[in-house]
Design a protein around this ligand. Structure first.
Ligand code: COA
Length: 150
């Protein structure tokens, strides 16, 4: 599997990014600020993430997503490790990631990748998304912010 930056804007897999964040306005905003990386199985695009510089030494992984048929095969973990190495190369000291309080699998994955909970943005999802989000039988209200030191 190869992971590389997407430099041609119309090669960006917008629909796949929307599986990580259903708000298209926010996804477009993140794409304007950040760099988009994709994982390929031969020529098939199987995963994607956006890496954004939040402050001089802090990157954030935004909108990480793996094609449903390819999930639970370690690709998400490989994308996160790629973001960590890329951030080290860029001279960062920390990588952040945010997810919903209801995203149990994502919270497990990020902690398995060495991220620790840093903050909670209360009511982030109820304030920024018009439709109620329910996952694992839990209403998604708050954003859990996690970070990993490099
Ligand atoms: C989140 C996502 C990117 C993960 O990608 P993936 O390729 O399926 O992830 P991986 O296979 O690398 O790893 C999944 C890990 O999480 C663990 N996991 C998942 N659900 C879990 C749960 N409920 N409890 C404990 N561990 C869980 C798996 O056991 C696995 O850990 P392991 O590597 O130790 O076996 C993928 O599920 C996805 O695209 N989801 C839809 C978009 C999304 O929600 N994006 C994130 C927005 S914050």
């Amino acid at each position: 599997m190869k992971i590389s930056e997407i430099t041609v804007p119309n090669h960006i897999p917008f629909e796949l990014l929307l599986t990580a964040d259903p708000n298209p306005l926010l996804v477009r905003q993140y794409l304007q600020q950040g760099r988009c990386y994709a994982a390929y199985d031969h020529t098939d695009l199987v995963g994607v993430y956006v890496l954004n510089r939040n402050s001089p030494q802090v990157n954030e992984i935004i909108n990480i997503a793996v094609q449903p048929d390819y999930q639970n095969q370690g690709i998400g973990r490989k994308l996160i490790n790629h973001a960590i190495v890329e951030s080290e190369i860029q001279g960062c000291r920390e990588v952040e990631i945010g997810t919903g309080n209801s995203s149990i699998g994502q919270l497990a994955l990020y902690q398995k990748c060495g991220f620790r909970i840093k903050a909670v943005i209360k009511d982030f999802f109820t304030n920024n998304y018009p439709e109620e989000i329910i996952e694992n039988g839990i209403v998604c209200r708050d954003m859990i912010r996690l970070s990993r030191s490099l």
